[in-house]
Design a protein around this ligand. Structure first.
Ligand SMILES: [Zn+2]
Ligand SMILES: [Zn+2]
Length: 259
């Protein structure tokens, strides 16, 4: 066992994923208030003092709303791209400590190797992450309109895959959302449908993949049971009933998985 993953919550009202071992942790996105983050960490039995970095995927509020206060209070630097940093500085959402990274580079935080990669999403410079430590590797992409070949390449063959499964296309079309929002969500730079997420298992889930977390479920255009049922059927159909599937809710932390 190399490191653990706990998704503290995920959806359009907040996202935060903790990657941790006994002595070090990285928080991927901080889209809850400082208070909510501290409560979630405490409920998961994690001492916030072990968090070495806030790794920021993009500037949307559901990923960054807690960054400034959490970072300043605990003295934790935010790691992000130059463009994302500029955008957060403009809106006053970045704390005092920041470390810039370049998409495509590899860097180390507390024994974790981080490899950010570009994702197609309607933000200024959005990224997903591959995080490795020891023999274990986790691939994370929470907001993306489609899985292009670079994303496929990066997310493939991880021990744990953490992937958006945002909406059911039919529920999205039937919803009373306005056309502009529907077009945005369904577009190539919007959010990933259940169908696209689940079909990607054919390529992404390899022999080494043991865990799949599906995250960022829409509260009004998706259903927990629907995602669970279709994703499970897909994995079973691929001859992988052994892969553990974790569907993450907005307000409840996932179980902690060691990989
Ligand atoms: Zn977003
Ligand atoms: Zn989001």
């Amino acid at each position: 066992m190399n490191f653990a993953i706990t998704v503290l919550g995920s959806g359009s009202r907040g996202n935060a994923i903790l990657v941790h071992n006994a002595g070090n942790a990285i928080l991927v996105d901080a889209g809850f208030s400082r208070k909510a983050l501290l409560e979630k960490l405490s409920a998961a039995g994690i001492n916030p003092c072990i968090i070495r970095a806030l790794l920021i995927s993009h500037e949307h509020g559901d990923h960054v709303d807690g960054v400034r206060l959490f970072s300043d209070e605990l003295g934790i630097p935010a790691y992000l791209t130059m463009k994302t940093a500029a955008s957060l500085e403009e809106t006053g959402k970045l704390g005092k400590k920041k470390v810039l990274f370049e998409t495509g580079s590899v860097f180390d935080i507390g024994g974790f190797q981080i490899r950010p990669f570009a994702v197609p999403h309607d933000a200024i410079d959005p990224v997903g992450f591959v995080i490795s430590s020891g023999d274990a590797r986790a691939g994370i992409a929470t907001d993306l309109g489609h899985i292009n070949s670079l994303c496929m390449q990066r997310l493939k063959d991880c021990d744990a895959l953490i992937l958006e499964s945002n909406h059911d296309v039919e529920m999205q079309n039937r919803s009373d959302r306005n056309m502009r929002l529907k077009r945005r969500v369904l577009g190539k730079h919007g959010h990933l449908s259940n169908e696209d997420a689940i079909n990607s298992f054919e390529e992404l889930v390899t022999e080494r993949t043991k865990y799949v977390f599906l995250v960022h479920l829409s509260s009004d255009c998706n259903e927990y049971e629907l995602v669970l049922r279709t994703a499970r059927a897909k994995l079973d159909g691929l001859g992988r009933p052994d892969v553990k599937l974790i569907i993450v809710c907005q307000d409840k932390a996932s179980e902690t998985i060691w990989i």
